[in-house]
Design a protein around this ligand. Sequence first.
Ligand code: HEM
Ligand code: SF4
Ligand code: SF4
Length: 700
Amino acid sequence: MKALQAGLRAALEFLSDLLEWAFGSRSNPLAQLGALGWFFFWIVAASGLYLYVFFDTGVTQAYASVESITHAQWWAGGILRSFHRYASDALIIVVLIHLLREFAYDRFHGPRAFGWITGMVALALAYVCGISGYWMVWDQLAQYIAVITSEWLDVLPIFAGSIARNFLHSGELSGRFFTLMVYIHIAVPLAMLAVMWLHIQRHAVSRINPARPLALATLGALLVLALVFPAVSQAPANLDIAPTRLGIDWFYLLTLPGVERWGGGPMWALLGGTAVVLATFPWLIRRRRPPVAVVHLDECNGCGRCVEDCPFTAVRLGPRSDGLSYEQEAVVDPDLCVSCGICVGACPTSTPFRRATALIPGIELPDHPLADMRAAILAASPALSGAERVIVFRCTQSAALAAPDPGVAVFDVPCVGEVPPSFVDFALSRGHADGVMLAGCREEACYQRLGGRWTEARVAGTRDPRLRERVPRERLAFSWAATTQRAVRLADLARFRARLHARAAAGGPTAPETARTVWRRNVRSLLALRWGAQIAWLAAFVAVAGFFSIAPAHQSLAPGEAEIKLSLAHPGQRRIACRELTPQELAKLPINMRRPVNCPRARWPVAVELWINGRRLLAGSYAPTGVWSDGPSVVYTRLEVPAGPLELRLRLRDTGRPEGFDYDQSFAVQLAPAQSLAIDFRPDNGGFVLHGATATGARP
Ligand code: HEM
Ligand code: SF4
Ligand code: SF4
């Protein structure tokens, strides 16, 4: 599993390299997949609201209203319909990559299991929204979805074969069904929003909006897609004609051809199995959990900085428990702490300058004591040699850096945010190094969410604890590089040391860059090429969303084939006939149980056979439904048959007779290609009833 995760992580980092080059680190889409998920959700919600105003529920009105929205007002409704569809597809794309990324980065253990599970629920709800949305258009795709999804649901015991009967033939469908779909299509997104909100509840300062340039560029790309390749309906639904070749949205409907081919049961097993395995990942894949942060009460003054900086809301301020004169104290929730150490970097007591007392900060990671870090610096610095001695604090989730020569000492930390600014000050002002490098994950993609951001703010002096003014900033460097970017890290280090060298040679701070050199550098950064790359990426993204939302086409029914749906819900006769009780028998019963007729509930199973052109294609005995075996027996089957003349023979037994059938009927029908013939059983009408084809020579 570790190898799989490492491989995926390397692949995602490679992709991130390319995207970062094109979009810059602030707008790198791979670093804000969750935020993009939210963004697409809002686009879908807003465009959906508009469409809802013009949508009409009703068997024929639904299709007609969507057609009118698409064509009569293409400039508004049409474009918004495309936004609605393509943003839904884009949401699935980014969320699936988001899932893959969290898996690859091993971010689903311990406290993160909450995000993992709630994310899966949000994804499942997104699927319900998407599928119900396609259903509402009531075109041929909707008809296909309705039939296959209901066949799929009918496999579940709670539905017991009752849903697919609603889509037997055109006379069966009612407008109430669309009202139900509208209800689902509005209620489920609201539930999804609630789950998305829950999903980020354990995160401080969650990023739910993508960088503005990226958001605008994505909107622009969606608009272009909507104009070039507008979302349209397929032919109107007609339950008497089976869909043959369909444009299918593979992002949402991937499972349906599987249901068609292998049946509902195996697909439930596959989907349910995958969901269960994914949901149990946090417990299935075990990792040693590092010890969580601990508070040293003697040192904590309740200032609350750790609370503000913890990215996982794992620290809170509670009432003082030790009698010291401060009002509050930090309290760590071990169930939420991921041991990132960012709180340690935030605590004002994390200072290596103290001499009088041992270095014990208010909050600390037990397996990463700050006193050890200070001792390591003191031990390593005398051994550093050369003119540009550098101390590197490297986050273990970022690019590795074995000390390249005796002039560099590398200290590994769980997150660059764990390094208190006073340690940088200490290393430089006490002459332990000529320069300090803070080396974290890829910019804007901190493994621990906020470590990189807080570190930059502390150094810039905009967030407590600030790096003191006196620390010469040119002796400090950042290096943001993912695990795969070792070359970047080495180059950052080499550039930093060259800067230190130049500074030393100049005898003071290096001269600031002139406007001319900045301009030259910008030209060299190949702006035009980056713009081109951005456009190419966005075009590829919307092309993938647009293409797979309709292609490749799915052949549901082979050319030259027709379809027969046999569906009945018929109660077998009672096993024991009802009998009137005699007055004597009634008199023996308690007054409240005196019913004049005694009808034992149990019914016979119903046996059904379907023969086509002399071949028996269905033969079964169907048990009564219901807890007391007193409900109707339900039969549903959909068969593909060659179009043309067919001899049908239908037999049914609903009594306890040992052999033979109570109904035995033959029909001669002529089916056109793609025709859908529905067969129902109505004893009041003489037995089997055919819909959608005229039977010639029906013989009882
Ligand atoms: C509609 C779907 C989803 C949306 C809108 C969404 C959004 C987000 C957002 C905004 C964050 C916070 C990012 C940050 O500020 O650092 C996040 C984190 C997370 N998401 Fe999702 N997400 C979705 C689905 C999923 C799915 C399907 C999974 C995996 C099964 C998942 C797993 C996680 C995990 C584990 C984190 C926490 C990462 C950490 O603790 O560092 N999410 N998500
Ligand atoms: S170690 Fe990280 S998660 Fe734990 S309390 Fe500190 S900042 Fe929060
Ligand atoms: S930052 Fe330090 S001193 Fe302040 S509340 Fe947290 S542990 Fe206590």
